[in-house]
Design a protein around this ligand. Structure first.
Ligand code: FAD
Length: 450
């Protein structure tokens, strides 16, 4: 059996690796972007000089031949499910028995005049990184349009090379559709502390030609004019599915898949950023464009293709990022605009760069989520509390178990408990300081710690 995979990102490559572990099928991975798999999340560190491109490749170049995974650098123009073949640009068609589409995302465009000028780029692909490199020497100013995680990364990238940055965010506060108000404001402050010209509640109207077909000035709704030579367009991403038109594969925003990651067409599967769950699990979104869910889908699809039926289970929601120097972690259900039943305990350090938020259900008092800024908690511990639907007071009294590494991170648990006591009038106390043996015992199954 020949399995073709479109896309050599985390989802396609995980699928290929697991199919190889489970079977002897012939595997071909096709990608137009690069010869080899690399870590997209590390693109910024190449620009900032922390890593070379070579260092972002998790596998040696010989790994693929050794594991009999054929790599094909080509662009798939069309899928022909009747003939079971892929039509490739400037190459002969490639037949397949089963097909996995793992074609990722593409940056959004909003129809701004000038959005296709030279010097206006999204930040998604290796080619986008090359464009940033090309435009950086002598740049007077970069204008980044659109908040979110990629926008702030672009700001940090230019900032690392001392290129002045103006950052236009349409909303009144950075990423306020995802971050609760206090955390969003913390990031606003931190962006400005880094000397980024952050313009909130500001919409781009037009990008003006400098007379030579290059981005010359961004003109936001407020009528301000900026000199610039680069317009970053990181205003979110969407599934990269335009080449599927006419294939008969059912799509909405993404490629619709069932719990086994099957599309509407037999023998064709879709995974990663481009897949849209027909029936997402409670509390989960139909499209989750993040690294670890791509990896999980890659593994699940491999089992399904190798006749070991498995439903896709994304587990407890988790995400992490960095806003300049502030690390961010979220576990479970933390919403920017919480529903009625969500109660929240919030503690913020006086330096305004660290905070802990714990969400629980107002009626059942079960734990729902953690939102951490500048403080790192243990993934396994938070996940276990959430999976076990632990009582909020049980969590609070044992909060030191979650503290990742008190050797390097200070402990703020007592302060979080004090916030809860103040809110509720209770007299809760921390049961003990964190000790590694307690953490291990807890993870092995003891629900309370002695
Ligand atoms: C700058 C940046 C930073 C990020 N940081 C984080 C982070 O910190 N944490 C996190 O969880 N997520 C992060 N993400 C998101 C994460 O990288 C993606 O969710 C993940 O890479 C998606 O993997 P994928 O395999 O689905 O698709 P992709 O990695 O997009 O791979 C798809 C591949 O398919 C190729 N392709 C598409 N169509 C065709 C075609 N027709 N023919 C041939 N080849 C094709 C593409 O060129 C691409 O190489 C970040 C993304 C970006 C852009």
């Amino acid at each position: 059996m020949h399995i073709a995979i479109i896309g050599n990102g985390i989802s396609g490559i995980t699928a290929a690796r697991f199919i190889r572990k489970l079977s002897d099928h012939r595997i071909t991975v096709i990608s137009a972007e690069t010869d080899h798999f690399f870590s997209r999340t590390a693109l910024m560190y190449i620009y900032m000089g922390h890593m070379r491109f070579e260092d972002t490749k998790p596998y040696e170049d010989w790994f693929w031949a050794k594991n009999r995974i054929d790599l094909l650098r080509a662009y798939v123009e069309r899928i022909d499910p009747d003939q079971k073949q892929l039509e490739l640009r400037d190459r002969a068609p490639l037949p397949y028995d089963k097909l996995i589409i793992a074609c990722g995302s593409t940056p959004n465009k909003f129809g701004w005049p000038g959005q296709d000028l030279d010097g206006v780029h999204g930040m998604y692909s290796f080619q986008d990184l090359e464009a940033m490199e090309r435009h950086s020497p002598g740049l007077q100013r970069a204008v980044i349009v659109g908040g979110g995680l990629i926008g702030i990364e672009m700001a940090e990238m230019f900032h690392s090379r001392h290129i002045p940055v103006t950052f236009l965010v349409r909303e009144p506060s950075y990423w306020n559709g995802v971050l609760p108000a206090e955390e969003s404001q913390m990031v606003n402050r931190h962006i400005r502390e880094n000397h980024i010209d952050l313009r909130l509640a500001t919409e781009l109207r037009e990008i003006v030609d400098d007379g030579q077909g290059k981005a010359g000035a961004g003109i936001p709704g407020l009528g301000v004019r900026f000199l610039c030579g680069f317009g970053g367009r990181p205003a979110g991403v969407r599934p990269n599915i335009s080449f599927l038109e006419g294939s008969g594969i059912e799509t909405q925003r993404g490629i619709l898949v069932d719990e086994h990651l099957r599309t509407s067409v037999p023998d064709i599967y879709a995974i990663g950023d481009c897949a849209q769950a027909r029936a997402p699990r409670p509390g989960r979104r139909p499209i989750e464009a993040i690294w670890y869910t791509g990896r999980m889908m890659g593994e699940t699809v491999a089992y399904n293709i190798c006749d070991r039926a498995q439903s896709y289970d994304p587990g407890i929601w988790f995400n992490s990022a960095k806003f300049f120097e502030i690390e961010y972690q979220v576990y479970g259900n933390v919403q920017a605009r919480p529903p009625e039943n969500h109660a929240s305990i919030y503690w913020e350090h006086s330096d305004g760069r660290r905070s802990i938020r714990i969400i629980y259900d107002r009626e059942t008092l079960t734990i729902l989520g953690f939102n951490l800024m500048g403080v790192r908690y243990r993934h396994e511990v938070c996940e276990k509390w959430l999976r076990d639907q632990a009582h909020v007071e049980e969590v609070l009294q044992n909060l030191s178990l979650a503290n990742f590494d008190p050797e390097f991170y200070s402990e703020y648990e007592a302060k979080v408990i004090a916030s809860y006591n103040q809110q509720t009038g209770k007299q809760l106390r921390l049961r003990q300081k964190r000790r590694l043996d307690s953490v291990l015992r807890f993870l092995r199954g003891a629900t309370t710690i002695s």
